[in-house]
Write a protein that binds this ligand. Structure first.
Ligand SMILES: Nc1ncnc2c1ncn2[C@@H]1O[C@H](COP(=O)(O)OP(=O)(O)O)[C@@H](O)[C@H]1O
Ligand SMILES: [Mg+2]
Length: 327
């Protein structure tokens, strides 16, 4: 009997093979990679733009196949290429699930939808239900998750990836051993742009260009612009994630009940945001405020938290980004 095929990760070193032209090669039938005996198990998630299905290969490997929902923005080829590239970078630096395959179909057929398709590693738990139903903030589990998430955000910032669609619904986890990953690197709320000499606008990355401008204006001999660029990107992501988690939990009846009953704070990222604030100078905090006021960030905050809650003060409060003396 021939050995059963196991899906292998896409290799970023050969990323040029997966550029626009490759991504656009039409795929016959379902488009799924042939030879692995992929069979659909069930639908596991539905976001605004995409739908994710669990599949099993004949070698019993469980993977997720994600495709765009009808009439979503993600179906446009320009957006798809960007999303693919961001996802590929995120997977290659270990902050997103392993990516096995990706393709784009221009038109939908009976067998496959139009838009970007991703085949990636399966993470069985979604962070939203996990946090809402299990008040673990003061436990070692909360500490481990926070450490992992902070590390991921730092890795993203160090690799010039800036995601501002950071929320519980875009995080997935696995237990034993505990692992957490970010998903959903769509074009709208995600940018990738290395620090560029002369601040040339290399790609469509308005927020990162703005962060570089601020970093250049505020750099000193000891604290250079490149380092400040990475640090600001990291701090902003941390604040945005922490505030989004706190806001989401406040809106959730189950979470409020749970937090009331256990008298615990459910935002497991709060201590990280507070630690970060303690480390920062007032000047650095002012720069973070300026970035939060950037129109792209602001419109995202309004989108998730409403006009009333999208000011920098509110955002800092939700994030627990305030200065308190460490105990
Ligand atoms: N690798 C994965 N493992 C487990 N669940 C996933 C995975 N990828 C996506 N999902 C589920 O599918 C949902 C929608 O996927 P997502 O990429 O966030 O789409 P959208 O862009 O529409 O928000 C997620 O909220 C999550 O519950
Ligand atoms: Mg999502």
């Amino acid at each position: 009997m021939p050995a059963k095929l196991v899906l292998q990760p896409l290799r970023v070193e050969v990323a040029h093979r997966y550029q626009r032209t490759t991504l656009l090669q039409p795929r016959p039938g379902t488009g799924l990679p042939p030879g692995y005996g992929l069979e659909k198990v069930r639908c596991i998630g539905k976001g605004t733009n995409n739908r994710a299905y669990l599949y099993r290969t004949s070698a019993s490997q469980l993977v997720v196949v994600r495709h765009a929902r009808r009439n979503s923005d993600a179906q446009r080829v320009g957006n798809a290429v960007w999303e693919f590239r961001h996802t590929m970078i995120a997977a290659s630096i270990g902050v997103a699930p392993v990516l096995f395959d990706a393709w784009y179909s221009r038109t939908g057929t009976d067998d496959q939808k139009s838009g970007l398709h991703l085949v990636c590693e399966y993470f069985p738990l979604d962070m939203h239900s996990f946090v809402v139903h299990r008040p673990f903030v003061a436990t070692p589990l909360g500490d481990s998750l926070r450490t992992m998430v902070v590390k991921h955000l730092r890795t993203m910032a160090d690799n010039n990836l800036f995601c501002y669609d950071l929320k519980l619904q875009n995080m997935v986890i696995k237990e034993q051993p505990l692992e957490v990953r970010f998903i959903d690197f769509g074009r709208d709320f995600c940018e990738w742009r290395p620090y560029s000499p002369g601040n040339i606008c290399l790609e469509r990355a308005p927020v990162l260009s703005f962060i570089q401008t601020l970093a250049e204006e505020s750099a000193t001999e000891r604290y250079g612009a490149v380092q400040l660029y990475g640090d600001l990107t990291f701090t902003v992501m941390l604040v945005l994630l922490s505030s989004n988690i706190a806001y989401t939990l406040k809106q959730s009846k189950a979470a409020s009940r749970c937090s009331f009953a256990t008298n615990r704070l459910l935002n497991f990222m709060a201590p990280a945001a507070q630690d970060e604030r303690v480390q920062l100078s007032a000047a650095h905090v002012t720069l973070v405020q300026k970035i939060l006021r950037h129109p792209e960030i602001r419109s995202m905050l309004v989108h998730y938290m409403g006009q009333r809650n999208s000011g920098t003060k509110r955002c800092f409060t939700y994030a627990s980004f305030f200065r308190k003396k460490p105990l």
